[in-house]
Design a protein around this ligand. Structure first.
Ligand SMILES: [Mg+2]
Length: 218
């Protein structure tokens, strides 16, 4: 196994972007040239416009302002988009633009097989998490159902950089925080903040793709 877990650890949480999947080229999804900086919102805005709405961008931005913890699926419903078609476009985008970080996906399967609980914790909204998990082979037709819980931005009501996000998520994992390990690529969001709320061990993806354990704060 490519990580050494303490004997207390019972479950391992994985980040998505930069951990289980990465973009084929930088800023494929999050870039200022897209609506609200997000390619997927841009794509949905185009679909909203094609659905006969005038001022689609403006309406979508208004919707996001009011519904802070939105998910892509909420937008699809609210603007009465063809769900199958929207998902088809979203899946195609994920297939074309994301690369699977196979070492870490294999680690998730290996840990599951060894009896550890597997969770996904991400700044993506829930549907965004599922699409990336499907791309990684951890959900959908290609996944084998090893993930016990998925906690995105609209579940944790925020982002991983916030302690409040982590406390909400940890409340819903049936395992004490010190028995959880986190694997991610962001030193603040995937190590410093989760360790500050009691997560037992954190591992970071380094530039060479290897995982290294982060020391506990003194
Ligand atoms: Mg990440």
């Amino acid at each position: 196994m490519i990580i050494n877990l303490n004997s207390e650890i019972k479950a391992v949480c994985f980040d998505l972007d930069g951990t289980l999947v990465e973009e084929c080229y930088p800023n494929a999804q999050i870039d200022r040239r897209y609506l609200a900086g997000n390619f997927i919102l841009n794509l949905l805005s185009n679909m909203i416009q094609a659905n006969g709405y005038e001022r689609a961008e403006e309406l979508l931005l208004e919707y996001l302002d009011i519904n802070i913890y939105w998910d892509y699926s909420d937008i699809i419903k609210h603007f009465k988009l063809d769900e199958k078609l929207a998902l088809l476009w979203l899946r195609l985008w994920h297939k074309k633009n994301l690369i699977v970080m196979q070492r870490n996906v294999d680690l998730a399967y290996e840990l599951h097989q060894a009896g550890y609980g597997i969770y996904v914790i991400s700044n993506n909204p829930h549907l965004g998490c599922l699409l990336k998990m499907e791309r990684a082979g951890l959900a959908g037709e290609t996944g084998k159902g090893i993930v016990e819980g998925v906690f995105g931005s609209n579940f944790g009501l925020g982002q991983k950089m916030q302690r409040s996000f982590w406390t909400r998520v940890l409340d819903d994992i049936p395992c004490a925080p010190h028995r959880l390990a986190m694997v991610g690529d962001n030193p603040l969001e995937d190590a410093e903040v989760p360790m500050s709320v009691g997560v037992g061990q954190c591992f970071l993806v380094k530039a060479d793709g290897c995982l290294t354990e982060v020391g506990q704060p003194v």
